[in-house]
Design a protein around this ligand. Structure first.
Ligand code: HEM
Ligand code: HEM
Length: 180
C-alpha cells in the first residue's frame, strides 16, 4: 500500500494557526517583560499575551484528539532509524512541553498570583490553584525558564524543517504545506 505523503487538511490548518499563535505569544511575552517601561506600562501586552496564549490550551485538546485518530505521514526512507526516532520524540516534546506544559505553567503562575486570564479576550479562565504568594517566585521561574527552553526547541524545529526542504530536498515540509 502506498504511504501517505501528507498531513490531513485539518492537521495542517491546526499546525499553522497554532504555530502563528505560539510564535506571536512568545514574542509578545518577551516584549512585555523586557520592554516593560516602553511598551507595557499599563499591562496591555501582558493582557494580550495571556489572551492569545490561553487559546492554545483548547486548540491543543482538539489537535491531540485529531492526531490520535489521524496518523502522521511516514518519514522519508532516506532518514536513518535514529533520525526517525529523534524526530518522533522531538514532536512528542513539542506537544508535551511547548503546547501543553508551557500554557499550563502560565496558567499556574497567574493562578498563584491571583491575576485573571481572559481566554481569547472573551471570558475569565477559572484559576488552576488557589492564590499562594509564597509560590510566586517558583511559578514565575518555571514559566520563564520553560519559555526560553521552548523557544530553543521551536527554533530547532523550524531549522530542521528548513533543512529537510533545502538540503535533503525531501517531502517533509511539503507534507505540512497546503496542497496546490
Ligand atoms: C495560559 C497561558 C499563559 C499565561 C497565563 C502566561 C502568562 C505569562 C505572564 C503573566 C508573563 C509575564 C508578563 C509580564 O511580566 O508582563 C509571561 C511571560 C512570558 N511568557 Fe507566558 N503565559 C502563557 C503562555 C505562554 C506561551 C504559550 C508562551 C510561548 C509561546 C509563553 C511565553 C512567554 C515568554 C517568552 C515570556 C517572557 C519570559 C521572560 O521573562 O523572559 N507564555 N507569561
Ligand atoms: C515557521 C515555523 C514552523 C515550520 C516551518 C514548521 C514545520 C513543520 C513541519 C514540516 C512539520 C512536519 C513534520 C516534521 O517536522 O517532521 C511539523 C510538525 C510539527 N510542528 Fe511545526 N513548524 C513550525 C512551527 C511550529 C510551532 C511554533 C510549533 C508549536 C510549538 C510546531 C509544532 C509542531 C508539532 C507538534 C509537529 C508534529 C505534528 C504531528 O506529527 O502531529 N511547529 N512542523
Amino acid at each position: 500500500m502506498a504511504q501517505k505523503q501528507s498531513y490531513t487538511g485539518t492537521a495542517k490548518f491546526l499546525h499553522w494557526i497554532m504555530a502563528l499563535i505560539w510564535l506571536a505569544a512568545w514574542c509578545i511575552g518577551i516584549l512585555a517583560t523586557h520592554w516593560r517601561d516602553e511598551l507595557n506600562a499599563h499591562h496591555e501586552l501582558t493582557f494580550l499575551h495571556k489572551a492569545i496564549a490561553s487559546t492554545l490550551i483548547m486548540l491543543t485538546v482538539v489537535r491531540v484528539a485529531w492526531r490520535l485518530t489521524h496518523p502522521a505521514p511516514a518519514f522519508p526512507e532516506n532518514m536513518s532509524r535514529a533520525m526517525k526516532r529523534a524526530a518522533h520524540w522531538g514532536h512528542v516534546g513539542l506537544y508535551t512541553i511547548a503546547l501543553i506544559g508551557l500554557p499550563l505553567s502560565g496558567w499556574y503562575w497567574s493562578s498563584v498570583a491571583d491575576k485573571p486570564i481572559m481566554f481569547g479576550g472573551l471570558f475569565v479562565l477559572p484559576p488552576l490553584v488557589a492564590p499562594a504568594e509564597g509560590l510566586y517566585g517558583l511559578a514565575k521561574g518555571i514559566h520563564t525558564y520553560m519559555a526560553w527552553f521552548c523557544g530553543a526547541m521551536v527554533g530547532g524545529h523550524i531549522l530542521v524543517a528548513l533543512k529537510h526542504h533545502l538540503v535533503d530536498k525531501d517531502n517533509v515540509l511539503k507534507g505540512m504545506l497546503p496542497e496546490r
